[in-house]
Design a binder for this molecule. Structure first.
Ligand SMILES: [Zn+2]
Length: 358
């Protein structure tokens, strides 16, 4: 709640945009950092319309209001696909946007795979021109956001040249080469960020897949252990490589899949076997994943009748809470023993059911 007595914490909303991405990060002094804007209009293709009726832009505004913010200070567009940049025109009608961060322009081949790319980018460019600044940071750069440390780990196909402090161990579970990406044009160009607040670390790489995702974890881990990993590319089948999870060593994974978009069964199966992974939270139950879905208590939306977000609050000591507003339940995760951040056994462990939240 806004007010002087509120404890210092960072809040992250994983907003349900039906298989696109929109993640809102609000700092203790209520700077707002939005990563992607979901889809335009009613969520089909790219068809922006009346902002008052725009599905995803209004869901973003609802999350912002829940956090007590009335503007987006910094917007990162991870890459130029309409499930990520589609909602920006309508959002800009509802809420001012200050700084724009991206990797410039779509790959020239992007339209051959996603036909709406050019129209969505043209609309985005118009909105971007109204911002206070436009940044195109390279991997290793820090974004100018007060209260959190935001490090760019990938952009326009490039990745960190050196390990972040504390990272750099050899990852013995790497395959000989990167699994091929489903989309070879824009997804591998995603701008990914590591957001740190004290000891708390959150990794969001957009739809990074193929060689750049592999490069962050193989042959050496360049990121180090994170508390929370937003599984790349909505948990599609091209991000299921166990070597990635072995490199990032998340305590919690979040899946921004829709009912039928992302959320591949093979990725859920891989997550069930990640050593040290305590829980997986899903924005939607995945139709394709079947019995590999995690328990309903960890799922924000069992169908498309409502749109619940997943809300995370993190403290400087690295402890955090994740809430499921659909059920009213939450789970608290304590500060991690720093010694536990070092790599343990990389051999798979058997499937096990997560504990109940709350
Ligand atoms: Zn996407």
């Amino acid at each position: 709640m806004p007010g002087t007595a509120a404890p210092a914490q960072v809040t992250i909303y994983f907003i349900d945009v039906e298989g696109g991405q929109s993640t809102l990060i609000v700092t203790p002094d209520r700077h707002s950092f939005l990563i992607d804007t979901g889809w335009a209009g009613d969520g089909s293709g790219f068809s922006p319309g009346d902002q008052r009726a725009a599905r995803d832009a209004n869901r973003i505004v609802a999350a912002a209001h829940d956090a007590g913010v009335t503007r987006i200070d910094t917007l990162l567009i991870t890459h130029f696909h309409p499930d990520h940049d589609g909602g920006v025109s309508e959002l800009a009608q509802l809420m001012p946007i200050g700084v724009f961060v991206d990797h410039g322009a779509p790959d020239p081949g992007a339209g051959s795979n996603v036909p709406e790319t050019a129209a969505a980018f043209a609309a985005y460019e118009k909105v971007r021109a109204t911002g206070t600044r436009h940044l195109m940071p390279r991997p290793g750069a820090r974004l100018p956001i007060a209260g959190i440390e935001t490090t760019v780990v990938s952009s326009a196909g490039a990745t960190l040249a050196q390990p972040l402090p504390g990272a750099g161990e050899i990852n013995s579970s790497c395959p000989a080469q990167a699994p091929p990406p489903r989309d070879p044009y824009e997804n591998p160009r995603s701008t990914g960020v590591l957001v740190a607040y004290g000891a708390f670390r959150f990794l969001d790489v957009g739809d990074l897949s193929g060689a750049p995702l592999y490069a962050l974890g193989c042959p050496r881990d360049l990121i180090g252990a994170v508390d929370v990993y937003l599984v790349a590319h909505h948990g599609g089948p091209d991000v299921a490589d166990p070597a990635t999870f072995a490199a990032f060593r998340p305590r919690v994974a979040v899946m921004n899949n829709g009912v039928s978009k992302g959320g591949a069964r093979v990725t859920y199966q891989a997550l069930h076997r990640v050593p040290g992974l305590q829980d997986v939270w899903q924005l939607h139950r995945s139709a394709a994943a079947g019995d590999a879905n995690f328990p309903d208590a960890y799922v924000a939306n069992l169908d498309e009748s409502r749109a619940y977000w997943i809300k995370l609050t993190a403290r400087r000591d690295g402890s955090f809470r994740i809430e499921n507003p659909r059920t009213g339940a939450w789970h608290d995760y304590g500060a991690r023993d720093l010694k536990a951040r070092s790599r343990g056994s990389l051999s798979p462990i058997p499937d096990r059911a997560p504990a109940n939240p709350g």
